[in-house]
Design a protein around this ligand. Structure first.
Ligand code: 523
Length: 150
């Protein structure tokens, strides 16, 4: 909801700043369970509504990426999750933000679309056909690898 840096918070690092370069992180979950990846369908903004993303959101000042992403998944999907290693490339966003994906495991609960239009589980064979939000397309090769190994 809040735009750009700030949010009205003012931590020791300044406003909304979370990494060494002064960029605010948006974290997204590559949540894999039983060999399938969880996707969530955005409701906003208009240009992204109806398209599918790895769920997540902005890390707040004072949160680690793992803490912030766990919080977002609790708020958006009603699940408890364990945040693991980085997946794929980092994607620069406007307003000095950076988008990063993390491998996530489901700890408890069943994902429900509390802030999305819908959720769905996709197998590696379906990934190429999904209407992903443009930023998340950069992760497809890494997601294929995540879904095919082990
Ligand atoms: N993305 C994106 N892909 C992706 C996520 C989770 C986010 O491209 N998988 C982009 C979309 C927005 C920005 O990152 O440009 C912030 O994501 P958003 O809106 O999901 O984060 P929130 O929920 O923290 O944002 P507010 O509604 O502003 O609180």
């Amino acid at each position: 909801v809040a735009q750009q840096l700030g949010h009205g918070h003012d931590g020791p690092m300044g406003t909304g700043v979370s990494d060494r370069d002064g960029r605010r992180e948006v974290a997204a979950a590559a949540l894999v369970d039983s060999g399938r990846l969880l996707l969530a369908q955005r409701v906003s903004p208009p240009e992204l509504a109806g398209r599918w993303e790895l769920p997540g959101g902005k890390i707040e000042p004072g949160e680690t990426p793992a803490e912030g992403l766990s919080r977002e998944l609790r708020e958006e999907l009603g699940i408890e999750a364990v945040v693991g290693h980085r997946v794929g490339v980092e994607v620069p966003l406007p307003n000095e933000m950076v988008l990063r994906a993390y491998a996530v495991e489901l700890k408890s609960g069943v994902p429900v679309a509390l802030e999305h239009a819908a959720v769905r589980w996709v197998g590696v064979d379906e990934l190429a056909d999904v209407d992903l939000v443009p930023n998340d397309r950069a992760w497809v090769p890494a997601l294929v690898e995540l879904l095919t190994r082990g």
